[in-house]
Design a protein around this ligand. Structure first.
Ligand code: RM4
Ligand code: MN
Ligand code: MN
Length: 424
C-alpha cells in the first residue's frame, strides 16, 4: 500500500487550526524555536526489521494479521511509517532473520522509500537449521574453538551483507554467560570473547563502527559475559577506536541510573548507539516512554549535554534505534508511538536551560535544579514535534491518519490475516 501526499495534506488541513493555536501557545514561551524545530526535523530513528511483526513471549505469540512476509514488505512498512512522520528513515537488519538475497532490488526499494541501512545485527543466540555447531553453551566465549570460529565467521558474513547495502556499523549482542555457579571460568569466558570480538573487529572496514551491546541477564541467569556497561566498556576500550558501547534501555538491573551511564560513556567517547524501549522489570521491550517517560527525558538531557560538549551532531553523532516489540499492539502503531515518545523526550531535553542549571549546581541549589529540569519536562512539546513534521511534509497526527486510512485493514487484505513475520 502507498500513502499519497494528498492523504497527508487533507489530514493536515483538517487538523491545522487546532494545531496552530497549540503551537503558538508553546512557541511563545521558547527562545530558539526555529533552531529547535530544525533539530527535530533532522532527528531520525532507525526501525528494527524484527519489530514489524507482533512480538511473542516464550508462552505464546498472537499474530495480528497483515504482517510483512518478506524483507521487501518490511521495507514497505517502514516506508509507510516514514511517510507519516518523516522521522524513521533507516532500517536495521538482523541476520539471518532478514538476509538480503537480492541486494540490488532491496537497495532500490529502500531508496525508493527514502530509507538507508543502519546497523547490522548478528545472531549467535539461536541455532539455525543448517548450522554445524550449537550455541547452547555460548558463542564467542565457548570453550570449543570451533564454535568460537563459527560465531566469528557469522559476524564477518553479516559485515559483508552490510557492506553491500551501504550500512556502516555492526551491533553485536551476545547471549553468552552461564546459568549456574561453576559452569564457566569468568576470566576465560572474557578472554575468549575478547579474542573473538577482536577478529570481527579486524574485519571491519575503516569507516565502520562496531557496537558492543550489554545485557544484565537472559538468556543466561547466573552470569552474562557482556553483562553491564563496565564490561562492554572494557571490551570496547581494548578493541580499539572503532568499537563503542551500545546502550539498550531494557538491559539494566532495576533502578539503574542509565542517565549517569550515558553521561560517562559520552565523556569517554565510547557511547556509540542506542536501543530505545521501556520496561517495568527487565528486557520487556515495551514501547519507549510508556512506563517511565521522565527517565527517558533525563537520559536525553544527558545526551544533548554530552553531545553538545563534544560538538557532535545530534542527528548523526550516535546510532539511534528502536529495539522493541510486544504482543498486544499493532506493531506499526506501536512504532509510531515509539518515535513520537523519542521526539518528545528529545524536544524536552532541548528546552533545558543548561546555563541556569550549571549555575544552580555551582551553588548547590538543589531545589532550583529540580525546577529547571521539570520546567522543561512539564512543557507540552507535542505541538513542536507536530510542527516539525508539518514542515517536513509529514502528518500532524500520524496515528490518527494511520487509522483513518485503514492501513492495517489494507495490509491484511493484501497479505492475509495469518502472516507471521520473522523475529523473536
Ligand atoms: C536482545 C538485544 C538485541 C536484539 C535481540 C533481538 O535482547 O536487545 O539488541 O537484537 O534481543
Ligand atoms: Mn537491543
Ligand atoms: Mn533486548
Amino acid at each position: 500500500m502507498q500513502i499519497e501526499k494528498h492523504n497527508i495534506d487533507e489530514s493536515n488541513q483538517y487538523n491545522f487550526q487546532r494545531h496552530k493555536r497549540r503551537f503558538e501557545n508553546v512557541a511563545f514561551n521558547i527562545n530558539n524555536v526555529e533552531e529547535t524545530l530544525q533539530k527535530l526535523m533532522d532527528f531520525q530513528v532507525a526501525i528494527p526489521s524484527w519489530a514489524l511483526g507482533t512480538g511473542g513471549t516464550r508462552f505464546g505469540r498472537f499474530s495480528g494479521g497483515g504482517e510483512p512476509r518478506s524483507l521487501e514488505e518490511k521495507i514497505e512498512d517502514i516506508g509507510l511509517l516514514h511517510k507519516l512522520n518523516n522521522s524513521s528513515s533507516a532500517i536495521s537488519l538482523h541476520i539471518p532473520w532478514d538476509i538480503p538475497f537480492d541486494t540490488n532490488n532491496i537497495k532500490a526499494l529502500a531508496a525508493h522509500n527514502g530509507l538507508r541501512f543502519d546497523a547490522m545485527n548478528s545472531n549467535t543466540f539461536q541455532d539455525q537449521p543448517d548450522q554445524q555447531l550449537s550455541y547452547k553453551f555460548g558463542s564467542m566465549q565457548h570453550v570449543n574453538k570451533a564454535v568460537r570460529r563459527q560465531a566469528i565467521e557469522h559476524n564477518i558474513d553479516v559485515i559483508k551483507y552490510g557492506i553491500e547495502l551501504g550500512s556502516k556499523s555492526l551491533t553485536v549482542w551476545l547471549p553468552d554467560g552461564s546459568n549456574f555457579p561453576g559452569q564457566l571460568n569468568f576470566k576465560k569466558a572474557f578472554q575468549y570473547t575478547l579474542q573473538s570480538l577482536q577478529e570481527v573487529y579486524n574485519a571491519l572496514p575503516d569507516d565502520w563502527k562496531m557496537f558492543v551491546e550489554y545485557k544484565a541477564y537472559e538468556p543466561n541467569f547466573y552470569s552474562t559475559t557482556v553483562g553491564d556497561w563496565g564490561q562492554s566498556f572494557l571490551y570496547t576500550s581494548k578493541l580499539g577506536p572503532k568499537a563503542y558501547t551500545l546502550v539498550d534501555l531494557g538491559h539494566h538491573l532495576p533502578n539503574a541510573n542509565i542517565e549517569q551511564i550515558v553521561s560517562l560513556l559520552l565523556m569517554e567517547e565510547k557511547l556509540g548507539g542506542f536501543h530505545f524501549n521501556d520496561s517495568k522489570y527487565g528486557d520487556d521491550d515495551l514501547t519507549v516512554g510508556s512506563i517511565n517517560p521522565y527517565q527517558l527525558f533525563l537520559i536525553f538531557k544527558e545526551l544533548v549535554e554530552g553531545m553538545d560538549a563534544r560538538g557532535m551532531s545530534h542527528s548523526t553523532g550516535l546510532a539511534w534505534m528502536i529495539d522493541a516489540s510486544h504482543n498486544v499492539k499493532d506493531p506499526l502503531e506501536d512504532l509510531l508511538q515509539s518515535v513520537e515518545a523519542i521526539m518528545i523526550a528529545y524536544a524536552q531535553a532541548l528546552l533545558v536551560d543548561s546555563t541556569a542549571l550549571a549555575e544552580v549546581q555551582q551553588s548547590n541549589d538543589v531545589v532550583n535544579a529540580q525546577e529547571i529540569l521539570q520546567q522543561a519536562y512539564r512543557t507540552d512539546v507535542r505541538p513542536l514535534v507536530a510542527e516539525a513534521r508539518l514542515r517536513s511534509g509529514a502528518a500532524l497526527e500520524p496515528l490518527q491518519l494511520f487509522r483513518e486510512l485503514q492501513v492495517r485493514e489494507i495490509l491484511i487484505k493484501e497479505r492475509g490475516s495469518k502472516t507471521v513475520s520473522t523475529g523473536l
